[in-house]
Design a protein around this ligand. Sequence first.
Ligand SMILES: [Zn+2]
Length: 184
Amino acid sequence: MESKKKQITIAGIITFAGGVLNKLGYTNEYIESHYNEWAVEGRKSPNDYLWYLFNRELNNVEGLTIEQLYNKNSAIYYTMGHFVMKYENGDRNHYTRLAFEADLNRYVEESKDSDYQLEVVMVHGNNCEHIRALDGQTRTPQEMLAWQPLASRECTNPTGCNCCYSLVPKRDTNGRLVRKSSKD
Ligand SMILES: [Zn+2]
């Protein structure tokens, strides 16, 4: 496993994960200068440094609402999935699934706050026959959380699942939004 890893560089981290890290408040300058502080006592691998940054942020709950926390963790897990696929020959779907789980947990929270009924749809990416076959199926956020068909073992995309969930308002047969209290 170890031998199959491709090493990333610090410049590579900025190119590859700068988007998500900048949003978390890490400037490119900080990513570079903090590496020099971190890379002591035999710790030198930029790969390990990126894992450290990811894990540090996953554990950082400071000042966040529950929705913001799930949103942040989803972005981190999704990027981790890309990273293991591209650099470490790892299982992208393992991390993508964690990202999706965070999304679904956020949808559960958002739907609690909504006056209208919300439902989760699946948007299939390229090369995913498994999810294409499930096209048009919807579930409540709770039900989708229990099911989680995306980024599963059935996923047929050789580069990992690039489908996603989306939270949409439920509509009745006339296309109108459905209030939570209404019975059809
Ligand atoms: Zn898929």
